[in-house]
Design a protein around this ligand. Structure first.
Ligand code: DOR
Ligand code: ZN
Length: 464
C-alpha cells in the first residue's frame, strides 16, 4: 500500500454558528478549513460532521489583520520588544500578518542583514510576516528582492539629540540619494515605503524652540506640526514627483495632513502608483490635550483637529488606503525623560494590540463602516502588497481568521498588554468591540485572552 494512504486524513476545522464577513457584509455562514486554507463556505449549521469545531456564536469572522508597519525591535532592541512578544501582541490584536521595519541593530541594509533577520522570524514569529529592508544601499536592493521581501523602507528623518529610533546610518534625505534609491527599487517592481520628512526644515524649527529654552513635549509636537504640516507636505510633494519620474511604486506612511491627502488624490488621478496609510495614533491620540497629559508617551506627533478630521474623511472615502499600527514600543523610562527633554525621549507609540478594538469602537460610534474597516485592515494591504493568499475569507485563501465581538464593552488596561513594555497609551479607555480569537492558516494563535500560538508557526509572505 502506498505510504501516503496510511496517513490519517487531516482533520478539518470549521468555524460555525457565527457570521462571516463575505462579499462586503456579514452573513450567517460556516467556514470550513482544510490544509491551512478556507476550503468551503456553507450555510450556517451545515458544516459537515467530523470536523474540529470552533463555536463562533455571537461573533463575526473577518479576514485576519495585515499590518505592514511594525517595529519589532529584534535584533538590537530586545529590551523594548522581541519577535515573540511583538507577534503575541499582533495575535491578541487580531493581526495575522505583519511586516517588520529595518531600524534595528544592525539596521537591515544588506542581504546578509536581511537573511539574519528572516532567520529570527522563522524561529520566533507566531504570525505570518515579511520584513522591509532599508533601501539605503542601491547595490543591495536587487539581492533583497530575491529573498522574497514585499517592500522596502526609507526614513527621510534622522534624529537630533538621540540615537534612536532614527539612527543616521539608515536615513536618506538628500534628494539625489532618494532618486537613486527609487530608481533601484523601480527595477524590482516592488513598493517603497517612505517615512516623509523634511530634515532641513526640522533642524531650523527645533533650533528655535531650543534657543528659547523649550524642550517640552508640547514644543516637540509643535515643531513637527509647524507651518500647518510643512515638514510632511514638502516631503510628500518631493516623493510623489520622484515616484512619477522613476516609476517607483510608492507607499507613504503616517499620512496626517489635509494637504498630503489632496496631493495623494491628485497624484493617483494622474496615474502615479502611490498608496498610503495612517496609524492608530493619528486618529485616536495626538491631540493637544493628549500631549499635555501624557507627554512623550503619546509622541509620535501632534495631529491638530482639522488634520485629524481630514484623515478620518480620507479613511472613509478611500483616499488613504490602509491603517497600519506603526507599533513602536519603548520602555517607560525611555518615555519618562521626555518630561524634561522631549528630544531625548524615544518617539513612537505602541498599539498593534489595541488598534482593531479601537477601530470597531469607532465604527460603533459611526466614524466608519464595517466595509471600510475590513478594507483598511486587510483587503487593501493584501492587494497593494500583492499578498495573493490573504485579505479575504474567500475559498482558496489562507485561513487567517479573526473573530470579533462587535458588542463587547470593556476597558483597555496595561495588565492585558502582551508587548514587552507592559504599557499602552490607551490604558483606561473604554471601548465597545473586542477580538476574541485569531487563527493563522487555520491554527489558533489567540483564544479569549490567551496567546496560544507557537513561535515559529509564522511563515514569510511575499509577492515572489
Ligand atoms: O516616532 C517614530 N518611532 N517614528 C518612526 O518612524 C519609527 C518609530 C520607532 O521605531 O520607534
Ligand atoms: Zn514607523
Amino acid at each position: 500500500m502506498d505510504h501516503d494512504e496510511q496517513k490519517p486524513k487531516k482533520l478539518r476545522r470549521a468555524v460555525i454558528n457565527g457570521d462571516v464577513y463575505l462579499d462586503g457584509k456579514p452573513q450567517p455562514l460556516d467556514l470550513i478549513i482544510e490544509d491551512e486554507k478556507i476550503a468551503g463556505i456553507v450555510a450556517r449549521g451545515e458544516a459537515p460532521a467530523g470536523t474540529d469545531v470552533i463555536d463562533a456564536r455571537g461573533k463575526l469572522a473577518i479576514p485576519g489583520g495585515i499590518d505592514v508597519h511594525v517595529h519589532t525591535r529584534e535584533p538590537g532592541y530586545t529590551h523594548k520588544e522581541d519577535l515573540i512578544t511583538c507577534t503575541s501582541a499582533a495575535a491578541a490584536g487580531g493581526y495575522t500578518t505583519i511586516f517588520g521595519m529595518p531600524n534595528l541593530d544592525p539596521p537591515t541594509m544588506t542581504t546578509e542583514d536581511l537573511d539574519a533577520v528572516l532567520d529570527l522570524y522563522a524561529e520566533k514569529s507566531i504570525v505570518d510576516y515579511n520584513h522591509n529592508p532599508a533601501a539605503k544601499l542601491p547595490d543591495q536592493i536587487a539581492g533583497m528582492a530575491e529573498r522574497g521581501v514585499a517592500a522596502y523602507k526609507i526614513y527621510m528623518v534622522v534624529d537630533t539629540g538621540r540615537s534612536y529610533p532614527h539612527p543616521s546610518s539608515i536615513g536618506v534625505h538628500d534628494h539625489g540619494d532618494l532618486y537613486k534609491a527609487m530608481q533601484a527599487v523601480a527595477e524590482t517592481g516592488l513598493r517603497l515605503m517612505v517615512h516623509p520628512h523634511d530634515q532641513s526644515l526640522m533642524d531650523v524649527i527645533e533650533q528655535s524652540y531650543w534657543d528659547a529654552g523649550d524642550r517640552s513635549p508640547w514644543a516637540y509636537g509643535k515643531t513637527l506640526a509647524a507651518g500647518d504640516g510643512m515638514i510632511w507636505d514638502t516631503a510628500t510633494a518631493t516623493l510623489l514627483r520622484l515616484a512619477e519620474a522613476t516609476g517607483c511604486k510608492l507607499h507613504i506612511v503616517h499620512v496626517q495632513t489635509k494637504r498630503q491627502i489632496e496631493m495623494l488624490e491628485e497624484a493617483k488621478e494622474r496615474g502615479v502608483d502611490v498608496s498610503s496609510e495612517t496609524n492608530h495614533w493619528t486618529i485616536f491620540l495626538g491631540t493637544e490635550e493628549d500631549i499635555k497629559e501624557q507627554g512623550s508617551f503619546v509622541l509620535s506627533y501632534w495631529v491638530p483637529p482639522h488634520h485629524q478630521e481630514a484623515v478620518w474623511e480620507a479613511l472613509r472615502d478611500g483616499s488613504i488606503d490602509m491603517l497600519s499600527s506603526d507599533h513602536a514600543p519603548h520602555t517607560r523610562e525611555e518615555k519618562e525623560v521626555g518630561w524634561t527633554d522631549a528630544w531625548a525621549a524615544h518617539t513612537g507609540t505602541p498599539g498593534i494590540q489595541e488598534q482593531l478594538p479601537l477601530m470597531i469602537d469607532a465604527m460603533n460610534k459611526g466614524k466608519l463602516t464595517l466595509d471600510r474597516l475590513v478594507e483598511l485592515t486587510s483587503g487593501a494591504p493584501a492587494r497593494i502588497f500583492d499578498l495573493h493568499a490573504k485579505g479575504s475569507l474567500d475559498v482558496g485563501k489562507d485561513a487567517d481568521i479573526t473573530l470579533v465581538d462587535l458588542e463587547q464593552e470593556w476597558v483597555i488596561t496595561n495588565d492585558d498588554v502582551e508587548s514587552k513594555i507592559g504599557w499602552t497609551p490607551y490604558d483606561g479607555r473604554e471601548v465597545k468591540g473586542a477580538v476574541t480569537r485569531t487563527l493563522v492558516r487555520g491554527t489558533d494563535v489567540y483564544v479569549n485572552g490567551d496567546v496560544v500560538g507557537a513561535p515559529g508557526h509564522g511563515k514569510q509572505v511575499g509577492s515572489q
